[in-house]
Design a protein around this ligand. Structure first.
Ligand code: UD1
Length: 362
């Protein structure tokens, strides 16, 4: 594969954060004259969980959408596997490229390696070391299956080396940094239109929050604790409700609109960046949002037992609070020095990803 001039790459995406990562990779592949086929598994299908990202980030319509929708882990993954095998055989790309840690990523990885289809994993080497998370199994299994491991950070490279995968690893940086920094520049120049009811006074008066992980949403006591913690903030907490959160709260009879909380639908990417830049900080269980807060200079509290993005914690911008014990306003108001290092790169990760795919390691 080394030295090929035009490479055919087939990207498999399915969930919201993957559409964000896809945008800069697509642009860099096309700019370098490569062929890029986009396949959507349909894991996320609501307009504001999927279509809006393609529109706002300038990503073309996928060549195919498997439309698998929601189901149990096993059924959802199996339906993707079934569809993707046939897709890979038909397109026969030089690389199947998978992103992150979702069921879509795992399904594409298994489908690819079984038919000897070269596989590259973007965002390789992240570890939470929490084996109760479906995402942890997805990323470990995908890393061990892949031929090329595109790591976002030095810490991720070290994890891969420790697992005997160092010779397949390339440090490319974090493609989410590329898109986040570019979007920040755009929204500072022209703020996007925000949803109806969004607070008009926009400086430091509110907290942005998202909660969607299974470990926070599916247990009634845990979800009640998380919601009452958010409700106790003295600032408004703008809760951008993922469909999983809405569905579970409804099923468990938990009211999300409590105390300080105001519930909104998920935002588009430019709206999210604009919201975080102008916020007092973020309270979340999302992986991507912890890092976006860091990149945008907003402090973050993470309602999980650990994080994959350890640099945000080491540099003082992210506080892990699994028991919901940290007073939100006090923590977000604490003085922090601006980080003097850029652990997630400077915004050129997509370009470096393309170079790694061109050179290959096979
Ligand atoms: C998935 C990923 C997670 C990622 C997240 C981003 C896995 C195991 N998890 O979690 O790593 O951080 O996406 O959002 O792949 N639903 C809708 N409409 C949609 C999508 C989902 O209503 O467009 C609802 C359904 O009730 C579904 C539930 O949300 O059952 C959960 O969706 P699912 O794809 O299982 O996982 P996420 O929680 O979104």
């Amino acid at each position: 594969m080394r030295g090929r001039s035009r490479v055919k790459v087939l990207s498999v995406v399915g969930a919201r954060p993957q559409f964000v990562k896809l945008a800069p990779v697509h642009r860099a592949l096309v700019a370098a004259g490569h062929e890029h086929v986009i396949v959507h598994t349909g894991q996320h299908y609501d307009h504001d969980m999927s279509d809006v990202f393609f529109q706002d980030l300038g990503i073309p319509e996928p060549a195919q959408n498997l439309a698998v929708g929601s189901a149990s882990h096993g059924r959802q993954t199996a339906q993707m596997l079934d569809g993707l095998e046939e897709t890979f055989l038909r397109h026969a790309p030089e690389w199947v490229l998978v992103y992150g840690d979702t069921n879509s990523t795992l399904a594409a990885a298994v489908a690819a390696v079984k038919i000897h289809q070269p596989l590259a994993h973007l965002e390789a080497g992240l570890r939470s070391f929490n084996r109760r998370m479906p995402e942890e199994h997805n990323r470990v299994l995908t890393d061990h299956a892949a031929d090329l491991l595109l790591a976002p950070t030095e810490v991720a490279c070290r994890h891969l080396e420790r697992e005997g995968l160092g010779d397949r690893t390339v440090l490319v940086g974090d493609v989410m940094t590329d898109v986040c920094l570019e979007t920040r520049t755009n929204v500072m120049a022209a703020p996007p239109v925000m949803p109806q009811g969004w607070p008009a006074d926009e400086t430091d008066t509110y907290v942005v929050s998202t909660i969607h992980r299974q470990e926070n949403t599916d247990d009634p006591d845990r979800l009640a604790l998380v919601i009452s913690h958010l409700a106790g903030s003295r600032r408004q907490v703008l809760l951008l409700a993922h469909p999983r959160l809405r569905a579970k709260a409804r099923d468990l009879g938990i009211n999300l609109e409590q105390g300080a909380i105001r519930v909104f639908d998920p935002l588009s990417y430019p709206q999210l960046v604009s919201a975080v830049v102008r916020s007092a900080g973020v309270v979340t269980d999302s992986g991507g949002l912890q890092k976006e807060a860091f990149l945008l200079g907003a402090p973050c509290i993470t309602l999980r037992t650990e994080t994959e993005w350890v640099e945000t914690v080491e540099l003082g911008w992210n506080t892990i609070d699994p028991e919901c014990r940290t007073p939100i306003d006090q923590e977000l108001d604490r003085h922090r020095d601006r980080p003097g290092v850029a652990p997630y790169g400077l915004g050129d990760a997509a370009q470096r990803t393309v170079t790694a795919l061109e050179q290959g390691l096979m």
